[in-house]
Each structure stands twice: as C-alpha cells, then as structure tokens.
Design a protein around this ligand. Structure first.
Ligand code: IPO
Ligand code: ZN
Length: 528
C-alpha cells in the first residue's frame, strides 16, 4: 500500500510541497515519504533490519543462486520490502561500507509487481517459447584474432575520461540524461556507413535517463540475439543531488568503454555477424537495476531469443591476483565455462578466478530473472574491488591511471560477440516416419530395426492399439525387457519414448504384448 497522503488538488499543502520539492530538489529534502518496493538478498536484508528495524519483509522466497547440478549450487532467501528514499540511500551506503560493495537490490514499481517478480525469480528458469542453447564451440579464430590484435587501451582511456567528465550520470540528473545522449551519438558515429547497425534509445517510466541500444543485425540468423551490456549511470551514495560529483570512471564507464573498444575493432575489421549482436548501455542500474529490468522484461514479453548475455560492470581496477573473476551466483555456469575457454584460448596470459557477488549485484541479474543465460566477468575477487566506487573519487587516476586491465575485458567481450555471433541457424535434421502394425498373444515379443540415426538426431517410438503393449528402445543392440536405453511400459497399448544420438548409430526397438493386443508402431527418426 502506498504511503502517499491524499490532499485535494490545488490545496495549500500541495502547492507548498511542490514549491519545497522544487527548492530542495536534491538530497534529503525530497527523501521523506516517497516509498519504493525492492527485493534484497540475505545480507542486505540483515543490514536493512539493523538500520530500520520497523521494515519487515512482505514476501520471502528461496532462490536457487545457480542452475540445478551446477558446480556451486546453493540457495539464498530473497525478501520484498517497502522502503522510503532515505532508507534506500542508506541501504546503498551500507552495501558499500558494511557489505564491501557485495550484493544490491532490485526495484519494483509496486507491491504486486514485486511479488510477481519474486515468484518468477523463484520459479525454475522460466522457459521461453524459443530459447536456443548455443553449442559453445570455438571455431572462429580467423575472425576473432585480427579484431583482438587491433584493440588498444588508449581508446578505452578516452571513453572512460569522456564519460567521467559529466558531473554525474545519476538517473534523474541532467548529467545522466546528457550521458545517455552522448553515448547514442558516439555509437551512431562509429556505425556511420553501416546500414546493418542501428542505435536507439529505450525510454523508461519515472525518470528521464534512457538506455542506449546498438544493434548489429545478423546476416542469416538474425532472430538469435547476443547481448553485451554495461550501465551508463553513476551514483554518489552520500549525495545524489544535481551537482554532486560522481565520475563513475570504474563504475561503470570502464564497462561501457570496454564494450565500445570491442565494437570499434569489430567495425574496423568489417565484421558482420550471422546472429544479431546488441550492445546496451543500461540506465539506472545503481538504483535497483531499473533499466535492465525493463529491457529484459520487454525482450521476454516479445519472446526474443537472446542466446547469451554478458555484463561488464567494473573492468579496470586491478586489485586481485587473478585478472578476470567469473561470478558463479545468478549466472549461467555453462556460458561462464565457455567464457573461461574464450579467455584461455585468445588471451593465454590472462588468469581466471571465481567468486560470488550476491543478489542483484548488477544487470546480469535482470536477465537471469527472466530465464536467459547470463554471465558477469568482474575486475577482482569480492572485497578487493575498487574502494572508490559510488563516491566523488571513482576516477581514472584511482583506477591506477591505466586501461590495460579493461583491455582484457574488451578482448574477452569481442571474442564472446564474434564466437557466438558467427553461428548460423541450427540445422533441423530431416525426419523419416515408418509405421508397423500387428497383433500379440499374451507374452509375445517382436523386434524392429536397426534404424540408422544421425548424430544430433533423435528416434521416437510411439504405439497405439488395444490391450497392453510395452515398448523398449536401445542404441547399438537389440533391447531386452531388462536392457534398454529407454522404455515405456504403462498398463495400456499407448506408449512413447525417445532416444537422442550424440554420434551416428543404429537404434533397435522391441515390443511386447503384455496381454493379447493389437498395435500400430510409429517410428520417427532423423536418418543418417
Ligand atoms: C560490484 C559488483 C560486485 C562486487 I564483489 C562488488 C561491487 C558493483 C556493483 N555492486 C555496483 O555498484 N554496480 O553498479
Ligand atoms: Zn556498477
């Protein structure tokens, strides 16, 4: 329930409130009263309870922090709470100081929307009508290598410094709006002469800052989309006013700059992807992943087949022994393994570590929440990241006056974009159907095959009829009622089971009449 008080329009208190809001349109004066719904993980919730004991969870769900069967499977309690602006700002501060910048929160437009979102996040990975799992093969070295060899730290420095020049890039500030327009103009300029590349802005509700989306249309597999992202907003958690300094050089000018350098080199090499590639500068990440949440939800609603998402948030502060840390929570393990392979293959000197970053630590979480495969390669291990973020001191100088670290991420991002971007449409194996009919006395068996099935294909057996028929299927040899690859032995004549092939091979079927029966057997398979 919203806490807004109802006052007749035009009444003195409203006019006074509007005047005051205008006068003190920064910091604490506006903070009181305005309520927001957010979801938080365990640590942030404990922190919030210390600061504001009256805040209680209005909904709680246990989320799996990784896919079932993943190397690092675990769960986390996530809570829906209502907070005012001051509590939200204090929470941001506490995440910074007490939780060592680990974790975050997700913003929701209302209690109902928060509950819906939490339920969706708790459900097993939401399945889209079409969601393609890429093969994750590394077979495009001829396209990747020349692009990587062209990439330069100096270009990353330039973009970081350009973005740091805005007083701040806060989601409601003039600088935040201007920075979005600047990025649109920069990317559009880089795409001059490429009619297959478009740059648009994605508007959000409740604030002026827009996300920026660059799209390289795929040549022959355009419906499959690869997303790379970073956030274009910044924050100073102790002062969110219009003129408060928040250069956000590392957080996250570095991620935008890494992505931009990958883009520059891809264009310089005339690279044209087969899948569609999107590079996104998200609005309003620092205030609850708001920009990415809208975009991921919009893509899901439109059933966009996003086959992979990489988030680049903080890429330029070298604070840990290894170079690139892959977060294992709220990310996809198979895709992150693929990214590790990209790193060891294309940047053999670059070392990899693994860590967790907690609930809603960056925009990848918005994609994970919608059931997409997302990864988050990060600049350091947890707790060793840039201590200056979210302050006026998040400058290029305080990232060690270098962009060599961010260059590793830029090269990884280009390898990701090109290796995933260069896959053509999946070849659907042709299907052959054969049918057999007959009858059984009780206990009688008959065998069928071999059917020569192609690698990557399937064979499905289906029976219909009268009485009680049991179906057994086996690869490479005749099945028996105790040795089979799959069986279907219900108490009727209707049975079905399917085997999948990882290599070319022979498949055999066995039918048994459990009682006197008649049958029609339909075998559907992908022939060699
Ligand atoms: C962040 C992410 C992971 C870790 I460990 C530490 C810090 C940054 C993120 N919380 C942020 O503020 N993004 O804008
Ligand atoms: Zn960030």
């Amino acid at each position: 329930m919203s806490q807004k008080r109802k006052v007749a329009a035009g009444s003195a208190p409203v006019i006074l409130a509007v005047l005051l809001a205008g006068l003190f349109a920064s910091g604490a004066a506006m903070a009181e009263g305005k309520k927001s719904w957010i979801t938080v993980g365990e640590k942030a919730y404990a922190q919030l309870q210390k600061m504001a004991p009256q805040v209680i969870a209005r909904d709680t769900k246990t989320l799996r922090t990784n896919a079932a069967g993943a190397k690092v499977a675990s769960t986390e309690q996530v809570h829906l709470v209502e907070v005012d602006e001051e509590q939200m700002r204090k929470l941001s501060e506490a995440i910074h100081h007490e939780l060592k910048r680990c974790g975050g929160f997700m913003f929701h437009a209302s209690e109902a929307e928060g509950k819906r979102s939490l339920a969706q996040q708790a459900a097993p990975p939401a399945t889209l009508a079409t969601l393609t799992r890429p093969a994750y093969t590394l077979d495009n070295a001829a396209l990747v290598t020349p692009v990587l060899s062209q990439m330069q730290a100096g270009n990353i420095t330039t973009t970081i410094n350009d973005l740091s020049t805005f007083v701040n890039r806060y989601y409601t500030s003039t600088g935040g709006t201007d920075a979005s327009n600047w990025l649109r103009t920069k990317w559009a300029g880089m795409a001059t002469g490429r009619s297959d590349i478009t740059v648009t802005q994605f508007a959000h509700t409740g604030y002026t800052q827009k996300s920026v989306i660059l799209t390289i249309a795929g040549t022959d597999n355009a419906s499959e989309v690869v997303v790379l992202g970073g956030h274009l907003d910044s924050i100073n958690v102790s002062n969110t006013g219009e003129t408060a300094r928040a250069p956000g050089a590392d957080d996250d000018a570095s991620g935008i700059a890494s992505m931009t350098e990958a883009l520059r080199a891809m264009i310089a090499n005339g690279y044209k992807p087969r899948r569609t590639i999107k590079m996104i500068g998200y609005a309003a990440e620092e205030v609850g992943l708001r920009g990415s949440k809208d975009i991921a939800a919009n893509f899901k609603a439109n059933n966009v087949n996003v086959v992979g998402v990489m988030q680049l948030d903080m890429t330029n502060y070298k604070g840990s022994p290894n170079d690139i840390y892959l977060f294992t929570d709220y990310t996809d393990a198979l895709q992150s393994d693929f990214i590790a392979k990209l790193i060891t293959t294309y940047q053999p000197g670059v070392t990899i570590g693994y860590d967790k970053c907690g609930y809603a630590c960056s925009d990848h979480a918005s994609w994970t929440a919608q059931g997409y495969y997302a990864s988050m390669p990060f600049e350091t291990a947890m707790g060793q990241d840039n201590p200056y973020i979210h302050t006026a001191n998040d400058t290029y100088a305080n990232s060690g006056n270098q962009a060599a670290h961010a260059l590793k991420f830029a090269k990884m991002a280009a390898a990701f974009a090109i290796e995933l971007g260069s896959d053509g449409p999946a070849v659907v194996p042709t299907q052959r159907v054969e049918t057999f009919t007959g009858s059984f006395t009780a206990g009688q068996i008959k065998s069928f095959g071999p059917f020569k099935v192609i690698s990557g294909g399937t064979l499905k057996g289906e029976t219909t009829g009268t009485g009680d028929v049991d179906l057994y299927i086996r690869k490479s040899a005749l099945p028996t009622t105790s040795t089979y690859t799959c069986k279907s032995d219900g108490a009727a004549a209707a049975e079905t089971c399917t085997v999948s092939m990882t290599a070319n091979g022979d498949v055999y079927l066995l039918l048994k009449g459990y009682s006197a029966s008649t049958y029609t057997l339909k075998v559907t398979y992908s022939p060699q």
